[in-house]
Design a protein around this ligand. Structure first.
Ligand code: F6P
Length: 344
């Protein structure tokens, strides 16, 4: 068999480990030929491809980013498309002409939606979930998430010393798109005193109360971790908005940090490397059994897969009763809603 592989959407650590997992399994175990497609779905429009062999795969495991390049090309997008253009049809024909028996699509929610549409057209697709946001429905974790959480946690750790030295409130904004997974996991791992996520509405007065309570207990500094997707006035960066609101509410000097793209850079953690390797290998196994139209999943430490039609378009957000939230509330960590104390 001859398979194609592409990476689409935002990059993240672990993509190259996934490419390595797919290709080394395909070549060594199944004797398949592998064609690397450059710049996501754009590469299928322009037939911008390269044959991948053992040599091209060396050094990938710990390398950040994607050796194939990526794009946010959405072939099924209708808005602003010239009349008569038929990108999906063009791509399907190019897949045929390239002699690809299947295309492995590595990407986030947008990619899974595009992959599902191609599968519905009868194109042979197997997809692998990829995003630091961890917001893809059907899989407990996506590779990239653990690395982003580790990077954010390290940054939060570093804020404690400067916050305590200056007796300040430090606000750090982390990524996550519309979900709060990175903020929740890194906020709890980094010892955040306040953690704001899109899934839990917050009230600045509750946040101020938590910070002033800490002051009254002899802790004149606080760490506030905010997800980029929380509600604000929409005019400033989330971190700047929250920092200003807190300083106004508490009178305590407050500073902000936006962690940004550092969360998507560098080498993946060992967890992400092994998750990527396992997902990549299983994608190739599905292809060998000609089981197409499915997304690889990781659930309760088992690798499996789900029909793309079941996954596409669904967002996995943080449930309000997530164990980390319950434990955090019981420890006095504020999630911005009213104060949770059973004994009050
Ligand atoms: O999906 C990953 C992500 O980093 C989000 O957390 C973030 O909101 C978005 O991508 C940024 O998109 P771009 O890379 O197009 O600026």
């Amino acid at each position: 068999m001859r398979i194609g592989i592409l990476t689409s959407g935002g990059d993240c650590p672990g993509i190259n480990a996934t490419i390595r997992g797919v290709c080394k399994t395909a070549i060594n175990h199944y004797g398949m030929e592998v064609v690397g497609i450059h710049s996501g779905f754009q590469g299928l429009l322009t037939k911008d491809v390269e044959i991948l062999d053992e040599k091209s795969l060396s050094g990938l495991l710990n390398m950040g980013g994607t050796m194939l390049g990526t794009s946010r090309e959405k072939p099924f997008k209708k808005k602003g498309v010239p009349a008569g253009s038929d990108k999906p049809g063009e791509i399907a024909r190019n897949i045929e002409e390239l002699g690809l028996d299947c295309v492995v699509c590595i990407g986030g929610n947008g990619t899974q939606k595009t992959a599902a549409k191609f599968a519905a057209m009868g194109v042979n697709i197997v997809s692998i979930p990829k995003t630091i946001d961890n917001d893809i429905w059907g899989t407990d974790f996506c590779f990239g998430f653990d690395t982003a959480v580790s990077i954010a946690t390290d940054a939060i750790d570093r804020l404690h010393s400067t916050a305590s030295s200056h007796k300040r409130v430090m606000v750090i904004e982390v990524m996550g798109h519309k979900a709060g997974w990175i903020a929740l996991y890194s906020g709890m791992a980094g010892g955040g005193d306040v953690i704001l996520i899109p899934e839990i509405p917050y009230n600045i007065k509750n946040i101020g109360e938590t910070i002033l309570n800490r002051l009254r207990k002899g802790k004149p500094y606080s760490i506030v971790v905010v997800a980029e997707g929380i509600q604000t006035d929409g005019r400033k960066r989330v971190a700047e908005y929250i920092a200003q609101e807190i300083e106004y509410e508490t009178g305590i000097e407050t500073r902000e940090t936006v962690l940004g793209y550092i969360q998507r850079g560098g080498s993946p953690t060992s967890f992400d490397r092994n998750l990527a390797t396992r997902m990549g290998g299983h994608a190739t196994e599905l292809i060998s059994r000609r089981e197409f139209g499915r997304m690889i999943t990781w659930s309760m430490n088992e690798i499996s897969s789900l029909p793309l039609g079941e996954v596409a378009g669904k967002l996995k957000v943080v449930p309000e009763d997530h164990d980390l939230i319950i434990q955090g509330q019981r420890m006095g960590i504020s999630f911005g809603s009213s104060v949770h104390s059973a004994h009050l």
